[in-house]
Design a protein around this ligand. Structure first.
Ligand code: FES
Length: 98
């Protein structure tokens, strides 16, 4: 089974466990579909909506619980800078405010 992360029109293959930031390698605006800011779970610039494979992701971090509302968490909105891909399969997401 191939492990695929789909972010809008870009696809990445991964070997779990890996952090999303490590997978993207170059998170500069020209090279990533996700806008990053603080990289520490505070600014919410990297909010993504997970549309497939939420069960393949790492547990919600304390930073995500602090920065995101329960409603956002219930809608599978996560902070990309806090995410790791921990199981095999396909994950799809898009920046929440794109
Ligand atoms: S980059 Fe600031 S919360 Fe993720």
């Amino acid at each position: 089974m191939k492990n695929i992360l789909q972010i809008q029109d870009k696809s990445y293959t991964f070997t779990p466990p890996t952090s999303l930031i490590d997978l993207l390698e170059d998170t500069s605006p020209a090279h990533t579909p996700i806008p990053f800011g603080c990289y520490a779970g505070h600014c919410a610039a990297c909010m993504v909506t997970v549309t497939e494979g939420v069960e393949l992701l790492s547990e919600i971090t304390p930073f995500e619980r602090y920065t995101l509302s329960q409603q956002e968490l219930d809608q599978h909105i996560r902070l990309a800078c806090q995410l790791s891909l921990v199981s095999t399969g396909t994950v799809s997401m898009h920046p929440t405010y794109s």
